[in-house]
Design a protein around this ligand. Structure first.
Ligand code: FNR
Length: 193
């Protein structure tokens, strides 16, 4: 059937630019024949990680929800803000909690990372930091990452990228990722532990 993608934004903010970019990514996937499960970061809410909480096989509901969503889809896409040149604490906290399941759910799953920032640099440094725990956990993080700079001005009222060249780059990035995920489904030996 369809190749399916979990798409979510790592921002909890109501008017999040990253949530807008995630919505656009979802639209591009559907347009190119993929299936999308759109999630909200609120569903993945977890307490601050503390190993002392890990008694009787405890996992927070937010981590349970994230694990289920990862396993139910062929790949996931995160649009994440950059905070202080790195990833937001909430996404690192979620990754740490979710890494505690066995089998470990990130292993051999494909991921695409993107970022939106009002800055002229576009949040790319945050994505390089987000790669580290994901790759550590065995996620196949797509080499090409998309950063939307001046994001507060880059999107029109419909949520599309105004600049045509940039809009095409965004679509090409996603379609390249979709093709890789689709192709890898035919090689079950490298899919899922
Ligand atoms: C920021 N912001 C920011 N932007 C950036 O490009 N590089 C950075 O290092 C930081 N650092 C940073 C730290 C903290 C604590 C905050 C709250 C913000 C600005 C950030 O990109 C902006 O607030 C975005 O709008 C956040 O993404 P959402 O919530 O709009 O998706």
């Amino acid at each position: 059937g369809h190749t399916s993608f979990l798409v979510f934004s790592a921002s909890l903010r109501k008017d999040s630019l990253n949530t807008r970019l995630a919505s656009l990514a979802a639209e591009v996937i559907r347009k190119n024949g993929g299936a999308v499960e759109f999630a909200s970061m609120e569903e993945f809410d977890c307490p601050s990680f503390n190993q002392d909480l890990e008694v009787d096989n405890y996992h927070p509901e937010g981590a349970e929800a994230f694990k289920k969503r990862i396993l139910a889809n062929d790949a996931f896409i995160i649009a994440s803000p950059e905070y202080n040149g790195s990833m937001p604490g909430v996404i690192k906290n979620l990754i740490d909690w979710t890494s505690r399941f066995r089998p470990q759910p990130f292993n051999q799953h494909h991921a695409l990372l993107m970022s939106a920032s009002p800055s002229m640099a576009g949040g790319n440094r945050g994505l390089w930091s987000l790669r580290i725990p994901l790759e550590h956990l065995g996620t196949r993080v797509y080499p090409d990452m998309f950063s939307l700079a001046s994001a507060h001005q880059a999107l029109d009222e419909k949520g599309n990228i105004k600049d045509e060249t940039l809009a095409k780059r965004f679509e090409d990035n996603i379609v390249g990722f979709m093709n890789l995920v689709e192709a890898s489904k035919h090689y079950p030996c490298i899919k899922k532990a």
